[in-house]
Design a protein around this ligand. Structure first.
Ligand SMILES: [Zn+2]
Length: 339
């Protein structure tokens, strides 16, 4: 983490840069909700398994109506196949239910992440069970897959999973590496094309200024992760949209168990608004493009989140509820008083 960021004592969120920029940023932090009234957001990459009910509430309050949770690395190596099974099951089961209790439509992508592709014995077993989950309702892609250290094993399981995606007719959500990003991104795209997958079925994630042009030029979707301190801050993101427009570009929070911000999309939308980006372009990069990309799975019905149902927190999932002993189900989310 770079030293410059540590000098900012106020909550720095995604912001970095000059004193003037910071002043704008601070203002946005206080008031960002004022700039996004009546906007709807779709976060196509967020790991809610690692987040709290407070985060779900904050997402709902900020206008995030639907999310995609990609299967990913849990932060430490798994010791056996059954933990993959339980994890995939929770993505299409309990986590989806938890999300519904805050009025947020939850989808997921299923895949073997690149880091764990390097445990080949286990990877072989995971490949066997992936088809059991890929065809479930609400699974909108194979992901997140791709390269981490760019090892031969990662390439092998990336290729095998591209074939699974092709067979299932599902979009592919590609994680690009933090090290040697440019090379890893080019390699990910070349391999997808080699497998006969059309670029509009592939969402290349974690782009930056160095990768975006080539991704767009070759016809792929370009996703950007807005992360505090690393990857893309949202002021840089505003510049990317100014330069490249809004076609096939989408942003996400990729919020997970690390330092990250689940409100990255609404905050970036507010900043875009302040910086003069049109409502039309904001809507495309924070909502519509992600829907268009992942709806190619045939698993997204926009009615489910554009005309949301009443929330009933007294519902149960396999006998379990998000309420703790004695808690009353939430009735009105706008109530000021917390009892
Ligand atoms: Zn992720």
């Amino acid at each position: 983490m770079c030293q410059k960021h540590n000098e900012i004592t106020q909550n720095p969120s995604h912001f970095e840069g000059t004193a003037e920029e910071l002043a704008t940023a601070t203002n946005v932090q206080v008031n960002f909700m004022d700039y996004i009234k009546d906007m709807k957001f779709f976060d196509p990459h967020i790991h809610m398994t690692s987040r709290t009910t407070d985060d779900y509430q904050a997402l709902a309050d900020a206008g995030v109506v639907a999310i995609i949770e990609p299967a990913f690395w849990l932060g430490q190596p798994r010791t056996g196949l059954s933990t993959f099974k339980d994890y995939y099951s929770s993505l299409i089961g309990w986590e989806r239910f938890r999300s519904s209790q805050f009025g947020i439509k939850h989808y997921c992508t299923i895949g073997l992440n690149s880091r764990e592709a390097n445990n080949e014995a286990l990877a072989e077993e995971v490949m066997e069970i992936l088809p059991l989950y890929l065809y479930k309702e609400g699974v909108v892609g194979v992901g997140e897959i791709g390269f981490d250290d760019q090892t031969p094993a990662e390439e092998k399981y990336y290729r095998l999973q591209l074939e699974l995606a092709k067979e299932a007719g599902l979009p592919v959500q590609v994680h690009t590496p933090h090290r040697d990003k440019k090379k890893g991104t080019e390699r990910s795209m070349a391999i997808a094309l080699e497998h006969g997958i059309s670029p509009e079925m592939v969402i290349i994630d974690h782009n930056n200024e160095e990768t975006v042009k080539s991704v767009l030029d070759q016809g792929f979707y370009a996703a950007f992760t807005i992360y505090p301190f690393t990857k893309m801050g949202n002021e840089r993101m505003v510049e990317v949209v100014k330069q490249y427009g809004s076609e096939r570009i989408m942003i996400n929070s990729a919020a997970d168990w690390g330092i990250s911000d689940p409100l990255a999309i609404p905050k970036t939308a507010a900043l875009m608004k302040i910086k003069g980006i049109s409502d039309h372009d904001i809507r495309l990069v924070t909502y519509q493009n992600a829907i268009d990309a992942f709806a190619q799975s045939g698993q997204i019905n926009v009615d489910d989140f554009e005309n949301p149902q009443e929330i009933d927190q007294s519902l149960k999932f396999n006998g379990n509820t998000i309420l703790r002993g004695g808690q009353q189900p939430r009735v009105d989310k706008n109530a000021l008083i917390i009892r």
